[in-house]
Write a protein that binds this ligand. Structure first.
Ligand code: NDP
Length: 257
């Protein structure tokens, strides 16, 4: 078997209909994995499934709100049936933010943003553990953020959740190494996706601020994140675990300025 192929492997990618998740679904499927994804919007999900099928990629999908504990349980139940109780790859991609001053965040904001960004990843990893272990070769990749490594003004709760995700990747790497499950985290800087469009107040100012602070003088593309995510799942990455790797055009090495 090639060290550079995912043929024969199964994968779950949360939030695969747009942005980074969508690029990751395609990357894994193009390397030969059989992929199951999810999102909350059934129409968009069906549209993506049709597009992938037309490209010859093996992808199925479920409507699921990852912020809901019972829906996460249902999703893994379905995945277990679909893949015979085994899973090789879990990509914890779903995440979101909205900006408020720290003093303005309410208890509901806290529950929503921590629930969507951190608890969903934690619980999905718990739920997937027996399946990943049963497959014999498991890999989890968390889609974290540069906002979990340094201070970036995109919402304190989001940043706190992303910082916690990086730590989660380290702890699980140690706890689950005996089960042959590797866990890593990738930390992108600003990537052109619908989420970024939604969060920006003044698009031109935001873009020029980011460009001026980034050594490579541009934003990233979703398909510049997906190759690293896929690499971390390959047999070729078999000794890499517990790491957080930035994909940032040099932003964090340049003191973020
Ligand atoms: P988008 O908002 O562009 O896409 C998010 C995807 O996840 C969509 O498919 C969306 O579908 C799905 N999704 C969102 N919430 C839920 C939910 N509760 N349940 C199920 N599916 C959901 O996001 P990005 O691609 O930009 O971001 C993906 C990840 O990358 C996030 O964790 C984000 O924090 C991280 N990231 C993004 C960066 C960026 O600059 N874009 C930078 C650093 C990290 P639907 O809404 O229909 O459910």
């Amino acid at each position: 078997k090639s060290r550079w192929s995912l043929v024969g492997m199964t994968a779950v990618v949360t939030g695969g209909t747009r942005g980074i998740g969508c690029a990751v679904v395609e990357e894994l499927a193009e390397l030969g994995a059989v992929v199951h994804t999810c999102s909350r919007n059934e129409v968009e999900l069906n549209q993506r499934l049709q597009e992938w099928s037309a490209k010859g990629l093996t992808v199925t999908g479920s409507v699921c709100d990852l912020a809901s504990r019972p829906q996460r349980e249902q999703l893994i139940g379905k995945v277990s049936l679909l893949f015979g109780g085994k899973l090789n790859i879990l990509i914890n991609n779903v995440g979101t933010t909205y900006h408020k001053r720290t003093t303005d965040y309410t208890a509901d904001d806290y529950s929503f943003l921590m629930g969507t960004n951190l608890e969903s990843c934690f619980h999905m990893s718990q739920l997937a553990h027996p399946l990943l272990k049963a497959s014999g070769v498991g890999s989890i990749v968390f889609i974290s953020s540069v906002a979990g490594l340094v201070s970036v003004d995109v919402g304190t709760l989001y940043c706190a959740a992303k910082g916690a995700i990086n730590q989660l990747a380290k702890n699980l790497a140690c706890e689950w190494a005996k089960d042959n499950i590797r866990t890593n985290s990738v930390a992108p800087w600003v990537i052109k996706t619908p989420l970024v469009d939604q969060v920006m107040d003044d698009k031109n100012k935001f873009t020029s601020d980011v460009e001026s602070r980034t050594p490579m003088k541009r934003l990233g593309e979703a398909n510049e994140v997906s190759p690293l995510v896929a690499f971390l799942c390959l047999p070729a990455a078999s000794y890499i675990t517990g790491q957080t790797i930035a994909i940032d055009g040099g932003f964090t090495v340049n003191d973020c300025f």
